[in-house]
Design a protein around this ligand. Sequence first.
Ligand code: SF4
Length: 259
Amino acid sequence: MAIASKAIGAKTGYIYLRGEYKFLVPKIQEELDIFHGIMKELKHNFKIQLRLGSGAYICGEESALFESIEGFRGEPRNKPPYPTTCGLFGKPTSINNVETFVYTFMICRIGVEHFRALGTKDSRGSKVFSVSGDTPKAGIFELELGMTVERFVEEFGDGDTKAVQVGGASGFCVPRKKFSDTIIGFEGVPTGGSMKLFNSSRSMYNVLHNYLDFFSEESCGQCTPCRVGCQQLLYGIEAVKKGEKNSRYLDELVKLAGQ
Ligand code: SF4
């Protein structure tokens, strides 16, 4: 962030931390105190403030995050204007995941060529993945981009993986038959890093139910297709579960989701 501030002339930076990670606050604050000491020594006028969210999923969207930092309800803004011209407090803003800043620093340190040697033509370098679900190796891992889901499952599966959710709740669910020809990267399934494995003890119907429940709960309510559509999809699959609709109704819901 200090390098970025030098590049764009920013005097203030913000770290936005989800409410669920409040336990990290003392550690981050301790690091920020050290950081501000270094900035002072370097005579670089740049300070970082730590701001906490309250756990809303949508505040991962950049403009909803701005709203939240500004003290408003976390709802995405209409675009344009984009953050680079009108972002936080109406000022031009560079907004990135902490991971991106970490990579920028790492690339500065190890050199572009070294980084470009990893990954594929369209997906260079490595990426941090959070691996969860039915895996004996849950945790955070840095992996080279461009591997197939099959290769990923060989590394992290429990021998019975039937699907992998790539990119979190709003990402892609890759079924077993597609493992070998699906690349984790921009030429296949791009991901923010979340990888969840499901084995055959899991009902994909329940997985779907769980995700729809999540989206119904997390919709910020601004857009009708999301606010009403997620609810309707949830009611629909619950009706199938209760036997009020037969399983063919799921095809209707797929059509509804596509509209
Ligand atoms: S209603 Fe849904 S799609 Fe619309 S801005 Fe809110 S979360 Fe996003």
